[in-house]
Design a protein around this ligand. Structure first.
Ligand code: SF4
Ligand code: SF4
Length: 290
């Protein structure tokens, strides 16, 4: 049995209040290690203001590099490249290059090599809520799942070294590869949703995905009062699918201001803060997470 519990907060799409929930969980009591696994659009740092302790380059994928001294400018590589990644001047556009290696094999002069490219950065940092591991992928790069795995592995190492028994992961939105990398091997997933048609649709997809990974799933309905009928529809669905409803939160006009000030609702005396505290108690107070 692993010596720590991993809780992941996800949502079917962005903008459902996932970061409000995960940043609030982060600052609530109890030692924990925080992971911002939304590597395409990380935003926990805005609230947690990390002080970086370690910075690492993330190498993802390959890029063609042309040795111009060996090149005879025959243009064959440019002709063959399906990604239009080689210019008329026989220069490689690293953003367009897919690293497929076709040009490498075709070049009559052996002038092309494939090198690993910098696809992002990842960090270990200290915050007011404890250690945090976070990352940023270079826009347009497609290795977000791999980067999520890298930072999760580092988080596990730190948890073992420091004897930290809880890892809280702010997962990416959606149901793609980075989400799968975030929930694989985790213990609990908290899905944040809202009572809209797309919210319900996305919730069902995320819960279905989670059920394939054997993780316990909890649901938070954010802004539940924008449509009470749909909110009840979600609650009935959770009942039917034996998914635990962790709680529901009303519309809270103070959230944008708090975000701007780098605060979470649990650090102010707000109803949302109280509701999130209750959810956290319910979640970490569970006995059956072995
Ligand atoms: S195929 Fe090789 S020799 Fe020809 S233009 Fe490309 S890099 Fe140069
Ligand atoms: S590696 Fe593939 S994508 Fe990149 S320049 Fe060569 S042929 Fe084009």
């Amino acid at each position: 049995m692993k010596p720590y519990r991993e809780i992941v907060v996800v949502s079917g799409k962005g903008g459902t209040g996932k970061t409000t929930i995960s940043s609030s969980f982060a600052v609530l009591g109890g030692e924990k290690l925080i992971v911002d696994a939304d590597v395409d659009a990380p935003d926990l740092h805005v609230v947690l203001k990390p002080k970086v302790l370690e910075a690492h380059t993330f190498k993802g994928g390959k890029v063609a590099v042309i040795d111009r001294a060996s090149c005879n400018f025959c243009g064959l590589c440019r002709e063959l490249c399906r990604y239009d990644a080689i210019t008329e001047e026989i220069e490689v556009d690293p953003v367009s290059c897919d690293g497929c290696a076709l040009c490498y094999f075709a070049c009559p002069e052996g002038a092309i090599s494939l090198e690993e490219k910098d696809a992002g950065m990842w960090f270990v940092a200290d915050t007011r809520a404890g250690f945090m591991v976070h990352a940023r992928l270079v826009p347009g790069e497609e290795n977000s799942g791999k980067l999520v795995t890298v930072i999760r592995n580092r988080a596990k190492e730190i948890a073992e070294e420091e004897g930290i028994r809880l890892i809280l992961i702010d997962g990416p939105p959606g149901i793609g590869c980075p989400v799968i990398s975030s929930i694989t091997g985790a213990d609990d997933v908290v899905v944040v949703t809202e009572p809209t048609i797309s919210g319900i649709h996305d919730l069902k997809r995320v819960v279905e995905l989670c059920s394939n990974f054997g993780v316990r799933v909890y649901v938070v309905i954010n802004r539940f009062d924008i449509n009470i009928e749909r909110c009840e529809e979600i609650e009935d669905w959770c009942d039917e699918w034996k998914v635990e409803l962790l709680g529901r939160i009303p519309v809270d006009e103070s959230i944008p201001r708090l975000q701007e000030e780098g605060k979470t609702p649990v650090e102010e005396n707000t109803l949302t803060g109280e509701l999130i505290k209750e959810m956290w108690e319910k979640l970490v107070g569970e006995e059956n997470h072995e």
